[in-house]
Design a protein around this ligand. Sequence first.
Ligand code: PLP
Length: 384
Amino acid sequence: MTYQPIPLARPDLDDDTVADALAALELMLRDGRLSIGPHLEQLERAVADAAGRRHGVGVSSGTAGLHLCVRALGIGAGDEVVTTPFSFIATTNCLLFEGAKPVFADIDPESYNLDPAAVEAAVTPRTKAILPVEVFGNMAHFDSYETIARKHGLALIEDCCEALGGKLGGRAAGSFGECGVFAFYPNKQITTGEGGMIITDRDDMRDLCVSMRNQGRDAGGGGWLAHPRLGYNYRMAEPCAAIGAAQMRRLEAILSRRREAAKLYDSVLAEVPGIHLPPMAERENASWFVYVIRLADEFTRRDRQVIMEHLRARGVSCSDYFAPIHLQTFVRSELGTREGDFPQTERIGARTIALPFFGGLTEQCAELVRDALVESLSAAAGKA
Ligand SMILES: *Cc1c(COP(=O)(O)O)cnc(C)c1O
């Protein structure tokens, strides 16, 4: 018997989306317009609208988008940026690219997002910006970060890579601060294969980012070989943009299918002892990136390893998002951070398990995951 494990993530591409994208690709292959075309503009408009922003600037990845935001805000050597150690590494790397100093603050264990009080305590006269993350799609505290940024005259860059289409208190993900960045890797809510998008209301930031993603060329005069500033090749290819634009047409359906999947897990896992369900503000309006449970404090990091091996042996893919950034080898040597620096991040980072999660997850699948989890929890408890 061949045996397919339940994947950790799967893009939500229905027949209409595939047909749309293929039709667009065929036209592109025939007319040869494979970069800087109408599909990029379409995708930029759709994503900016979802965030309630004036401008979208499509780029080659979420990391590239974060890098351009940091540069466009003039953040560099000697500047500090308050950010979270509980995120994907790109959140810190985009600062290190520019020689700026990431200053970590600990997270709130109830939301996994930066603790607003810790953010405020980390602000110094050298702080230029705050770079918070909507961890796993949770938009909790973003209004507080905005208040703190205003109070101290700081820029706010929203790493909303995990929250496309999410809403909280009537505000959309991507609507906070100077600018935000979405990402479109295949495990994200929508995908372009590789890609990302800066969104902002500021014309000057849009113009700078458009120029820097395209080798520092100016949008206006000057021509193809005039480069008034340092730039990069961070362009998004047209075929990628067409795939993304096709998915944006059914964004609401994609998000509601993910909410259904989360609801299924919420109900089948509700009575399982020894785990915490994912925190998520306003579940009914949330954009779910992943479904991450947390083991109770009596389980150790080693127990989690045992549990994950057990799950995988039962055909249930899983992952230990996130490994705290301040404990990564390179970051330790760069910033001198160590174990014990951020106790909440370390406590939670040692106990999270991402379960298979995608739109269209069936009840049968959720129950299979639950049964495997219950078994592996008792296996780990037995070893202790
Ligand atoms: C996905 C993601 C990014 C960007 O990832 P890319 O692979 O560069 O597109 C940045 N920050 C967070 C929190 C992410 O989840």
